[in-house]
Design a protein around this ligand. Structure first.
Ligand SMILES: Nc1ncnc2c1ncn2[C@@H]1O[C@H](COP(=O)(O)OP(=O)(O)O)[C@@H](O)[C@H]1O
Ligand SMILES: [Mg+2]
Length: 288
């Protein structure tokens, strides 16, 4: 029997907040810990797809075409992009699909159904979104079990923009859609030596408390890794930024230890806990 994968939407309506960087490197952290991971590029700019593969973007081979025509499934769109790391490519047709489905309230639910069909093959599914409120944000909120929202901290407008995502989530929930739980606000590309960024981080923590994850530091190793087409946890495993992504993976995965590994012990302890038994034979370190 396979457990169902962690489904994580990486949200935010601001460009440049590190959604694609987070999607890739979080996926890399899961993969490095032994969890097969599927990345879904829901951005019609397809920056993640372009960065990770040279294969041409054909409209019928991207996520948009399959949202338009879900009976075709996703399976033949999937490309391997690393060890235990696969990708559903993005392409322009996401916008076409969104426009065609504008009058169909079920449109943003299609992603979840498409993912259901391939879910058994994966331990984690990560959905990268386009930087605007609308179809891709809604689709990711409805397809994800968890949502994370990366944000830069140096400008008030970035912090203010978070509210729109929370409002969208709350509105969907109000209409009784099963929406992703907001698991973390993720301060991204963080320069600790810049006062506006430190102030922004403090303001986030004051406003949102434990929802604010430990920041992902700014690092030139991020660009170096993507140029090598490797997640930073693989390309520079000992770096601070790699450790930050492993810690994020551990925060999001209840089955992992604090290094982001998924041990048989923690998994079986988790299962025992879920089965409601009183005692576990071993004490295990929690991931959170
Ligand atoms: N921790 C980081 N260190 C250095 N550069 C980063 C970091 N996070 C993101 N970047 C850079 O910031 C830019 C925007 O990130 P990206 O992930 O493309 O944002 P989005 O997908 O939200 O538009 C990219 O050039 C990326 O390489
Ligand atoms: Mg992006």
């Amino acid at each position: 029997m396979t457990n169902s994968p962690l489904r994580i939407g990486v949200l935010g309506r601001k460009g440049g907040s590190a959604k694609s960087t987070t999607s890739y490197n979080l996926g890399g952290a899961f993969a490095a810990a032994g969890l097969r991971c599927l990345l879904v590029d829901l951005d019609s700019q397809a920056s993640l797809t372009r960065a990770l593969s040279d294969a041409p973007l054909s409209p019928e081979g991207g996520i948009g075409a399959r949202i338009a025509e879900p009976s075709r499934g996703l399976r033949d769109t999937i490309r391997p992009v690393g060890d235990l790391l696969d990708l559903v490519p993005g392409d322009r047709s996401i916008e076409v699909a969104a426009a065609a489905l504008a009058q169909n309230p079920a449109g943003p639910l299609r992603l979840r159904l498409l993912l259901d069909e391939v879910a058994a093959d994966y331990g984690a599914i990560i959905i990268d979104t386009a930087p605007m409120l609308g179809f891709t944000q809604t689709s990711a909120l409805l397809a994800g079990d968890l949502a994370i929202v990366p944000t830069r901290t140096g400008a008030q407008q970035d912090i203010d923009a978070l509210v729109d995502i929370f409002a969208l989530r709350d509105e969907l929930a109000q209409y009784r859609f099963a929406t992703a739980t907001l698991a973390a606000i993720l301060p991204s590309n963080y320069h600790a030596d810049e006062a506006p960024q430190r102030d922004g981080l403090a303001a986030l923590r004051a406003g949102y408390g434990d929802l604010v994850a430990d920041p992902i530091p700014h690092s030139p190793l991020i660009e170096r890794a993507i140029n090598a087409r490797l997640p930073v946890v693989t390309n520079s495993p000992k770096s601070t930024v790699a450790a930050a992504f492993r810690a994020l993976a551990a925060r999001l995965n209840p089955d992992s230890d604090e290094e982001g590994r998924f041990t048989a012990e923690t998994q079986s302890a988790q299962r025992i806990a879920e089965n409601g038994r009183k005692e576990t034979t071993k004490k295990v370190g929690g991931g959170r």
